[in-house]
Design a protein around this ligand. Structure first.
Ligand code: HEC
Ligand code: HEC
Length: 362
């Protein structure tokens, strides 16, 4: 619904007036669904989502101190099957899932490093370079789709990508299953959890369940939203106000501060002409749909833990957060920010760094 509202003003040449109107519309609509999503997340993934308009959603909305804000806190508790989480965690860091036993999911998604590899573009089996920057796996379960161009609908579907990609793990499912089945510990774990034991579906289920456990609650900003006013500084709060006021929050919003819609890179000015970037990955959702109107459209990336995930953008072409903020203001909103304003927004973005298993991410 918010996607529609926003795509209505995502063409070329629109005015700030339209952008602002779109923002207001989108916020209004979001407050309500936001409450429903929060209710759903609070009650756990295992239970079906609370439908919009239900009494439970209304109660959650009334009780939530962050009501009216475009961003809601990451849920503190995830109701997940701990046996699957443990099994998925083992698979996630197991290089035997790759063709030559050298690369695991964790090779590119370092959990002790914000869930990324800090390379502009990731390197897989035999050091082969890919075409995209590795997004963080933290909070990936909160995104409406996976990948920069949103080509996978679920975390389960996403796994086909890296496992079979010739520049990532370069493997096939039969070979990966064989490697897993050769390990008696895996055989026992799968058998105790799944009726059918080791299968593609069950490997995906375990990995995706682990990924859903990779949430980072209790960021200073979330504590602020929950009513702990001193959790962020007055300067950081000013940065948040500016982030909302100039319109960043029209795209980067919801529980993951992004990850819930696709938008064009270069709304107010043609980014790819000006910056002379090229390569198929730059075409974004055009690669998925083949539709001209999807050229240069990307899933709006989540900004949780963004201070830790340099370099930035789908192609890793921007080394610093400050430059990314400046670029966003210019190409997405038609604004040139002063250095002080960039610092303020950066200060706010630093408050989005959360905790994993009780430890603040580094
Ligand atoms: C060689 C490095 C590499 C390996 C190995 C790798 N990934 Fe990734 N991962 C990436 C890159 C690069 C992307 C972005 C690709 C794109 O969007 O086109 C990505 C995207 C993702 C995403 C989507 C996140 C988002 O916000 O859209 C998830 C989830 C993910 N990987 C999980 C995994 C899992 C699970 C494995 C193991 C089965 C894995 N990755 C193995 C580099 C890697
Ligand atoms: C019209 C929608 C829209 C607006 C408004 C917008 N962004 Fe973005 N933002 C995007 C998209 C789409 C991308 C991904 C572009 C890419 O990777 O090529 C992005 C990327 C980013 C990134 C890089 C994230 C990463 O992991 O690489 C940051 C940081 C960011 N935006 C911050 C901001 C800030 C700060 C503002 C306000 C000044 C803002 N954005 C305004 C859509 C938007």
């Amino acid at each position: 619904m918010n996607v529609k509202v926003l795509t209505a003003f995502s063409g070329h040449g629109q005015t700030m007036f339209k952008v602002r109107t779109g923002i207001r519309l989108a916020w209004g609509a979001l407050v309500f669904t936001g409450a429903a999503v929060v209710a759903w997340l609070t009650f756990g993934w295992a239970t079906p989502p609370v439908a919009s308009g239900s009494a439970a959603a209304a109660v959650a909305a009334a009780a939530a101190p962050w009501m009216g804000e475009p961003i809601s806190p990451v849920p503190v508790r995830m109701a997940l099957d701990e046996r699957k989480v443990a099994l998925g965690e083992r698979l996630f860091s197991d290089p035997r899932l790759s063709a030559n036993g050298s690369v695991s999911c964790a090779s590119c998604h370092h959990l002790e490093n914000g869930g990324v590899d800090h390379l502009a573009r990731s390197r897989g089996v035999d050091g082969r370079e890919g075409t995209a920057n590795a997004p963080s796996v933290f909070n990936s379960g909160l995104n409406f789709r996976q990948f920069w161009d949103g080509r996978a609908r679920t975390l389960e579907d996403q796994i086909d990508g890296p496992l079979q990609n010739p520049v990532e793990m370069a493997n096939t499912w039969p070979a990966a299953l064989q490697a897993i089945a050769a390990d008696p510990q895996y055989r026992a774990s799968f058998k105790s959890i799944y009726e059918k034991g080791i299968s593609v579906q069950n490997v995906k289920d375990a990995l995706a369940t682990f990924e859903r456990s990779l949430t980072t609650p209790n960021a200073p900003f979330d504590r602020y939203l929950r009513g702990e006013v001193a959790a962020i500084t007055p300067a950081q709060l000013e940065g948040y106000r500016l982030f909302k006021f100039i319109g960043c929050a029209s795209c980067h919003q919801g529980v993951n501060v992004g990850g819930n819609m696709c938008q064009k890179l270069g709304i107010m000015d043609d980014y790819f002409v000006a910056e002379r970037t090229s390569g198929t990955a730059d075409l974004g959702r055009f690669n998925v749909t083949g539709r001209e109107e999807d050229r240069y459209h990307f899933r709006v990336p989540p900004l949780r833990n963004v201070a830790l995930t340099a370099p930035y953008l789908h192609n890793g072409s921007v080394p610093t957060l400050d430059d990314t903020i400046r670029l966003m203001a210019r190409y997405q909103l038609g604004k040139d920010l002063s250095d002080a304003q960039v610092q303020q927004i950066s200060g706010f973005l630093h408050t989005l760094t959360g905790e994993y298993r009780g430890q603040r991410l580094q």
